[in-house]
Design a binder for this molecule. Structure first.
Ligand SMILES: CC(C)(COP(=O)(O)OP(=O)(O)OC[C@H]1O[C@@H](n2cnc3c(N)ncnc32)[C@H](O)[C@@H]1OP(=O)(O)O)[C@@H](O)C(=O)NCCC(=O)NCCS
Length: 150
C-alpha cells in the first residue's frame, strides 16, 4: 500500500537509508527535513505494519521541475514493482512538472528501472557520490510538446 509518509516514519526511513545508500545515506536532519519540508512530497510503501520503501521529491518551481531526492526499497521487498509504484505516485503528485533525478553511473538496477518508465539522460555530474562515481542526471517530461519558457 502506498500512502503519504510522515515524521512517524522517521526511524524506519533512517534504517532504509542506511541499508540502501551506506556512505551516501541521509542523516537524521536530511530525513527530518524531507518529512516536514513545505516544498517536498513524500510517499511510503508498507506491507502490513512494515515500511517496505520510501520516495520523496522536491518541487523546484523556478525550474518547473520536481526532483526525486530519494527512492529506496528494502532488499526483501525488491523486484515486486514497489520502486516503480513509488516513483509513479510521485510523478502523478508532481504533474504538470517535469521530473528530474540523478543516479550513480554504477547503479544499473535503478538506471534500468528509470529508462523502463520513460526517463532519459540529460547530463552528468562528475564525482557526485562519496565514492567519486559520476551521477547521471535523468528527466521525464510528459509535457515535451509544450514550449518551456525557462
Ligand atoms: C532501485 C530500487 C528502488 C528499485 O526498487 P524495486 O522495488 O526493486 O523496483 P521494481 O520492482 O519496481 O522494478 C525492478 C524490477 O522488478 C520488475 N517488476 C516490476 N513489477 C514487478 C512485479 N509485480 N513482479 C515481479 N517483478 C516486477 C521490474 O520490471 C524491474 O525489472 P525489469 O523491468 O527488468 O523486469 C531498489 O533496487 C533500491 O532500493 N535500490 C537501492 C537504492 C537505490 O539505488 N535507489 C535509487 C537511487 S537513484
Amino acid at each position: 500500500m502506498i500512502t503519504k509518509a510522515s515524521w512517524r516514519d522517521l526511524n524506519a526511513i533512517l534504517r532504509l537509508e542506511q541499508v540502501c545508500f551506506a556512505k551516501d545515506a541521509w542523516t537524521f536532519l536530511d530525513v527530518a527535513g524531507a518529512l516536514i519540508g513545505g516544498d517536498i512530497i513524500r510517499f511510503k510503501a508498507t506491507c502490513g505494519d512494515e515500511l517496505a520503501g520510501f520516495a520523496a521529491a522536491e518541487i523546484r518551481k523556478a525550474e518547473h521541475a520536481g526532483w526525486i531526492i530519494t527512492l529506496g526499497v528494502f532488499p526483501q521487498y525488491r523486484n515486486q514493482g514497489i520502486g516503480s509504484a513509488l516513483l509513479q505516485t510521485c510523478e502523478k503528485a508532481l504533474l504538470p512538472l517535469k521530473i528530474r533525478l540523478c543516479v550513480s553511473m554504477k547503479n544499473n538496477e535503478a538506471i534500468h528501472l528509470y529508462k523502463n518508465i520513460g526517463y532519459r539522460e540529460i547530463g552528468i555530474w562528475p564525482s557526485y557520490y562519496a565514492d567519486h562515481c559520476d551521477a547521471i542526471v535523468m528527466e521525464k517530461n510528459e509535457q515535451e510538446t509544450i514550449p518551456d519558457a525557462l
